[in-house]
Design a binder for this molecule. Sequence first.
Ligand SMILES: Nc1ncnc2c1ncn2[C@@H]1O[C@H](COP(=O)(O)OP(=O)(O)OP(=O)(O)O)[C@@H](O)[C@H]1O
Ligand SMILES: Cc1cn([C@H]2C[C@H](O)[C@@H](COP(=O)(O)O)O2)c(=O)[nH]c1=O
Length: 217
Amino acid sequence: MKVKLKRRRYPGKLIVFEGTDGAGKTTMIAMAKDYLVSIYGAENVIVTKQPTDMSRKTKLFQKMMYCKNNRDVDYRAMQLLTLSDRMQHGFEEIETALRAGKTVVCDRYIYTSVANMSARGYKNEKWFFQAAKHILKPDLVFLAYVPPELAISRIKARPAEATRHLDERLLKRVAEEFKKLAHSNGFIVLDTAQAPNTAYEWVEKVLNDKIIKEKRV
Ligand SMILES: Nc1ncnc2c1ncn2[C@@H]1O[C@H](COP(=O)(O)OP(=O)(O)OP(=O)(O)O)[C@@H](O)[C@H]1O
Ligand SMILES: Cc1cn([C@H]2C[C@H](O)[C@@H](COP(=O)(O)O)O2)c(=O)[nH]c1=O
């Protein structure tokens, strides 16, 4: 499904990294940040995350993260919460930085909402896609992709995730939905099952071709 977002040209560029938990977003973002900073300077590169703590710290978000049964949460309520957060964060932080010519790297974006919503069986949410038209279309989206089994083993290896119930079937469906979104929305798919340096080579090549070259001319 093609997600229609707001198109606007700014002097700066918005780069998004998506993927399931444990796919390798954080690792790829850290490497991309170092590279972008080496080119534009630290003051011109912003790394941010969506949604922000405004929604992450709510009881609803925490319940979604830690509940044993994903049906305990009405995911539409989650969508309303995170859409509002994404809109304000886009308006206040992302678009302000882009207007000032900065490069913004965002860890997760609205595609996380779409993949999770579809994976949970919500298939006919016109209201959501109507509201999404007010969200800025990124210049570039990377999907960090690993087979779900590998993502699951990475998550289980993290001490910080020990108390979290991991719904493996849901994660597999989310991974599938991300792949479909990548296909219909032109994401660059990264094979993050490879060693980080190998996976990152492709990131740097795409940044050079699609962001840096274009911004230099
Ligand atoms: N090619 C790779 N790219 C990224 N991470 C990798 C790669 N190979 C192994 N890893 C390891 O996988 C683990 C998960 O990576 P990371 O924390 O970046 O995932 P994430 O997508 O940000 O997950 P989450 O959203 O759950 O925080 C890390 O321990 C990382 O070192
Ligand atoms: C932001 C956001 C997250 N989720 C889901 C996706 C993941 O399974 C977890 C944790 O996300 P994190 O960014 O790795 O902490 O929450 C979601 O369903 N909807 C969202 O908007």
